[in-house]
Design a protein around this ligand. Structure first.
Ligand code: PMV
Length: 329
């Protein structure tokens, strides 16, 4: 009862921010993302009668307190499989966790696939996306590779809130996202608490919901037509709308640090001078620069002059979550 899965993180072009059902993790709006080759988590998981308690080791560190998202998902899968064995989970990511880099997405996607395989449940990708969603919303988009849409759905049981692939990773192979890491400090307000606070207190949340379907249509169409300008501009606008919600939540949630702002200003200035790039930012300070492969050397050169950047990772459209044979223990 052991399996290992690898999952790539995903970065949203149309953001998910707000749950209409906290327990089943049902979103108020649909979202679209790119699954990122280059930001991944590998998770090995074993259920065994030998284990006396559940153990979770993430990036060589044993978790001491109860990790609710992870154990909630394990419990769900135990129930589905009708087993009670304890588990050992070892997980490694190649990027900082909990700093606004979608670590929960790759983490929960790898965990869900590895756990279902370990107990012998053979779910198809749609079923897997529904189950993954229960662990962490945005994680359900990492089940598929390429460009992916998470449908809002209408049903109360969540069965129609799943993900589907818009196009695979080979459809737009020169699309890139440069992740700039400006701090590795864990964020103070997690996305779960942050979005709940926004839904409850932000006076502009209704306006977000009124406009987000249009963002989805424009970006979906833009991807299908490989219309870079349209996708970049709309993704940037959607990101700013989400951060405007965060900032006008009470109490305010401001994820940006000075380096975030410096990158934003530079991206806009470079674009005005003809270097085509756009930005997007999640629930954290890191800026992801959306660009085409041909402009990577130029942008990398310019990023060297921005002091606050600690590291950059270039991502292209990547694969969905899959089983691998090499275990971590
Ligand atoms: O699924 P969560 O709880 O990690 O929330 C993700 C929220 C954003 O990253 C800000 C947006 C998104 O769609 O990925």
């Amino acid at each position: 009862m052991k399996a290992t899965a690898i999952a790539n993180a995903n970065i949203a072009l149309v953001k998910y921010w707000g749950k209409r059902d906290e327990k089943s993790i049902l979103p108020y709006n649909g979202s679209i993302s790119m699954t990122c080759n280059g930001l991944f988590t590998i998770t090995t998981l074993e259920f065994s009668k030998e284990y006396k308690k559940d153990r979770i080791v993430i990036n060589d560190e044993e978790l001491r307190k109860d990790e609710k998202d992870i154990m909630g998902q394990i419990e769900r899968i135990r129930k589905m499989a009708g087993i009670r064995e304890k588990t050992k989970i070892v997980s490694e990511s190649n990027f900082p966790v909990a700093a606004g880099l979608a670590s929960s997405a790759s983490g929960l996607a790898a965990l869900t696939l590895a756990a279902t395989k370990a107990v012998g449940l053979n779910l198809n990708q749609k079923e897997l996306s529904v189950l993954t969603r229960r662990g962490s919303g945005s994680a359900c988009r990492s089940i598929f590779g390429g460009f992916v849409e998470w449908l809002r759905g209408e049903k109360e049981d969540g069965s129609d809130s799943y993900t589907k692939q818009i196009v695979d990773k080979n459809y737009w192979p020169d699309f890139r996202m440069i992740t700039t890491i400006v701090t590795e400090i864990k964020k103070k307000v997690g996305s779960r608490a942050g979005m709940a606070q926004t839904v409850e207190t932000c006076p502009y949340y209704e306006s977000w919901l009124k406009t987000v379907n249009q963002d989805l249509d424009i970006i979906r169409e833009g991807i299908l037509k490989r219309d870079f300008r349209t996708v970049g501009l709309q993704a940037e606008y959607n990101c700013l709308k989400m951060h405007a919600l965060m900032m006008t939540t009470n109490p305010p949630i401001i994820y940006w640090i000075p380096a975030t702002m410096e990158i934003i200003q530079n991206v806009i200035a470079w674009r005005e001078k003809g270097l085509e790039c756009y930005f997007t930012i999640d629930a954290g300070p890191q800026v992801k620069i959306i660009c085409l492969e041909k402009d990577i050397p130029k942008i990398k050169g310019k990023l060297k002059n921005i002091k606050g950047i600690k590291k950059i990772i270039v991502c292209k459209p990547g694969d969905g979550t899959k089983i691998i044979n090499k275990h971590l223990f």
